[in-house]
Design a protein around this ligand. Structure first.
Ligand code: SER
Length: 366
């Protein structure tokens, strides 16, 4: 499946389960003092979780442009060095605002991955929250029991607060989560060491693909947790990772999502990707960062010397520094990559097309 088909299958699946489509929120946040950039699909639904607004539809799905470069979720330093973290990435998700809860979320995620996408069951592991006594949080036995009816118990791995209790920031809606991980190692490696031992251990081929969060608390400014009036589901699946798996690649950058940008960088730099690790890292950094910078600009956040604008400036400069140091590019070139983004993204995020000239101009001048 190409990446567009992969996304379409996700949409089709949840639309078939009576979910409504909701468009991606902007990547730049202007109305939430706790967050500079959208870091997850659930951000735009915060007020529904808190109960201060009523959702138009109780069950929805979407694809959200996210950025994880500041605050609680910051992957910037991994980007380019590894093959599966990104600054800007797309997260596909389904939500229930006070409608279904753990059982449906878990069963549907499993059905989509194994029946629709055809991922082998023997390669999948799941995690559940082990509890955190200090805050009076119990082990998520309910999630364990639901999974236990689907997979062998030795595939259910308990996880701590860091990995299995999702919070969007220092404040806001949160709750225990259950993640689905995939083991993409060779059969020999799998025989030597079961995938279970490598969950959340930063192994490049044993990675999380889908996080199912059971939102039931609000983290308040004083750090305490209060129960929300209703229970909700917030799931997020990394689109680039899923595409890597389904396209049988060893790197997100080898998928049809990144290849067109990489081809263009090869053309500009004269470096053939895959022939020199140091230069390849530079290519990956550039391929990643151009997406982040363009999406911020088309959503109205220009590079500047403070706040969110400074984050955008730093991302762009990081890419340029890698280009200059490792690929020997010493003239403005990042703006030339914007065209490629349009081909890739215009369908789901039309602003990348309508604001293209702005993005090219700002990047060139910066
Ligand atoms: N909010 C969760 C995450 O970002 C699930 O969508 O991982």
């Amino acid at each position: 499946m190409d990446s567009k088909q992969i996304k379409h299958k996700f949409f089709e699946f949840f639309s078939g389960k009576k979910h409504e489509f909701v468009a991606s929120a902007p990547i730049v946040l202007k109305d939430d003092p706790t967050l500079m950039f959208t870091n997850a699909g659930m951000n735009q639904f915060k007020s529904y979780f808190l109960g201060t607004d009523k959702a138009k539809y109780q069950t929805v799905y979407n694809t959200q442009k996210c950025l994880r470069v500041s605050g609680k979720h910051n992957d910037l330093e991994e980007v380019g060095k590894d093959h599966y973290h990104h600054t800007m990435f797309e997260m596909m998700g389904n939500w229930s605002f006070g409608d279904y809860f753990k059982k449906e979320a878990i069963e549907w995620a499993w059905a989509l991955l194994t029946e629709v996408y055809g991922i082998k069951k023997k390669d999948l592991y799941v995690t559940i929250f082990e509890g955190f006594e200090e805050e009076g949080l119990e082990k998520d036995q309910e999630a364990f029991d639901i999974w236990s009816a689907i997979v062998d118990d030795d595939r259910i791995v308990p996880g701590n607060k860091k990995d299995n209790f999702w919070e969007m920031g220092d404040q806001g809606p949160c709750g225990p989560s259950s993640e689905i991980h995939v083991d993409l190692r060779s059969d020999t490696e799998k025989q030597e060491l079961p995938g279970r031992e490598l969950i959340n251990k930063d192994h490049p081929d044993v990675i999380e693909i889908w996080n199912l969060v059971f939102i039931q608390f609000n983290r308040k400014a004083d750090g305490s947790l209060e129960n929300l009036p209703q229970k909700h589901v917030d799931t997020g699946m990394g689109f680039e990772r899923l595409s890597r798996i389904l396209q049988n690649k060893v790197s997100n950058y080898d998928t049809d999502i990144f290849q067109p940008i990489i081809k263009k960088i090869e053309k500009i730099s004269g470096h053939h990707y895959g022939t020199n690790e140091e230069k390849d890292i530079a290519v990956r950094v550039i391929a990643d960062h151009i997406r982040a910078v363009s999406f911020c600009i088309v959503d109205g956040q220009l590079p500047s010397s403070n706040g969110a604008g400074y984050v955008v400036r730093r991302i762009l400069r990081r890419a340029v520094r890698y280009a200059y140091n490792f690929l020997g590019i010493n003239e403005p070139f990042m703006y030339k990559l914007v065209d490629v983004l349009e081909q890739q993204f215009a369908e789901d995020y039309p602003e990348i097309q309508t604001q293209k000239a702005l993005s090219q101009k700002v990047i060139k001048e910066e």
